[in-house]
Design a protein around this ligand. Structure first.
Ligand code: ZN
Length: 248
């Protein structure tokens, strides 16, 4: 659990290590992608040398990237132990979902008011792409699209500050499911997203916000049940039985 993590891909170019915002972004992207791909459990120590190899970034860029990750709640910095992937308690998980519902309720209402024909076409095309990914069993694509859907709604609502909050909260999502029994990523599914888009297309921001909140609460309760916080360690805790928003 606490051993150093080795990033699988090295993109270090020959020559000097990179610095500046682009290099920091590479550090952030390497860690976020490893977390989103469930390749890196909470508590894992992040070694500067490995981050350097994976990102090609200089030491100062790595440190700035780690600071940004810490601000987003993805990494914990300790004077003694250095950087490690953040742990997420059940209470923090609840706070993350509450925050997502609050922000995404706001962005859904705004988007319904200002949605253009082109936004609508883009969302409907997105839903079809997502459906194809599930139907073809391309679960890695489905995972990306699950995350992308909620970000896209925030982006189209037009407030970059709120979009940044949504991005940070979604990036923390994989940390929440590490308490679950199988450590597998959870997927939103296509149907909930389709219903949200239909409400937005009808200009009904209240309905879209309500459907989105219900969708997030279902994901939260699925994760909560699978963490086994309230269930005894028996077959009644087995995942899948009556799970409301499971993988498709
Ligand atoms: Zn979703």
């Amino acid at each position: 659990m606490s051993g150093p993590f080795r990033f699988s891909a090295s993109i270090t170019p020959p020559g000097a290590a990179m610095s500046g915002p682009e290099a920091e972004e590479r550090v952030v992207a390497a860690v976020v992608e490893a977390i989103l791909g469930h390749r890196i459990p909470p508590g894992t120590r992040l070694v500067e040398r490995e981050l350097g190899k994976a990102s090609g970034a200089s030491r100062s860029a790595i440190r700035n990237g780690l600071l940004r990750l810490a601000q987003a709640g993805l990494v914990e910095l300790s004077p003694n132990k250095g950087a490690s992937i953040a742990q997420c308690s059940p209470e923090e998980a609840r706070h993350v979902f509450e925050a997502r519902i609050a922000i995404e309720t706001s962005t859904a209402r705004t988007l319904a008011e200002r949605m253009t024909a082109s936004d609508r076409a883009r969302l409907e095309a997105f839903i079809e792409e997502e459906r194809h990914a599930y139907e073809a069993g391309r679960m890695e694509d489905a995972r990306h699209l699950s995350r992308r859907f909620h970000l896209l709604l925030a982006e189209l609502a037009g407030n970059p500050v709120l979009t940044g909050f949504v991005r940070d909260l979604i990036n923390r999502q994989p940390l929440l499911s590490w308490g679950s029994r199988d450590h597998k990523p959870r997927f939103c599914g296509n149907e909930a997203h389709r219903a949200i888009v239909a409400a937005l297309a009808a200009g009904d921001g209240e309905k879209a916000a309500r459907l989105n909140a219900e969708h997030l609460r279902e994901l939260e309760s699925e994760l909560g049940a699978e963490r086994g916080n309230t269930l005894p360690a028996g077959e009644e805790a087995a995942s899948g039985a009556g799970a409301p928003a499971g993988n498709q």
